[in-house]
Design a protein around this ligand. Sequence first.
Ligand SMILES: [Zn+2]
Length: 201
Amino acid sequence: MSKRRKYWPIAPRWGLFYRDFGKTDARRFVAVFKATWQRLPMRDRRIMRDHWQACKDSFANDWGPVGLLFGPLPEVKVEGFINTRAPKKFLDPLGAYCPANKWQWPQVRFCAAAVNLMPDEVLSALVAHELGHAYLHAAGMAATVVDAADWDDTKVKAWVTENEEIQVREQMDDWGFHDEDITEWLDQDGNRKRLRNLQAA
Ligand SMILES: [Zn+2]
């Protein structure tokens, strides 16, 4: 058995790495993520990079132990994760952007079951959706503001507002992606039910 590679470069120059948990075909996921990332305007990618860099710098100053991890920033993960706290009508059970807080680097997380079921074009739209959240947070335009200093898992009631979902859909349109591709796919061939069953299992 060959040893699994833990970190895969997505955009190493931007500090963007995929962390492999072995829940999906890493090669395929990284290829789709990379292609999606490269379709975003350079200016918007830079806004995200600068924000992530600032997160890293603040960790190094205030959170020594975290800074010692020297983790690639931010991490992209595909896990068994399904965000059960997200209201059903939102798409966010399939993925999440987690802004930096005092315990973790910024992360983009995806539900492995969804990633594995989705064709490349739909996965690309989902990646653009989560990058939309990342961009809005980086640009200070996000409707949902979680103060990193006050972050407490038990106190955060709303992980994301409906307003921010609307902003994300507009941002995706600007970038040439369409959130409807995800909804349409979910409504096809019992995909939504299939995912829900996986969630219940
Ligand atoms: Zn969303």
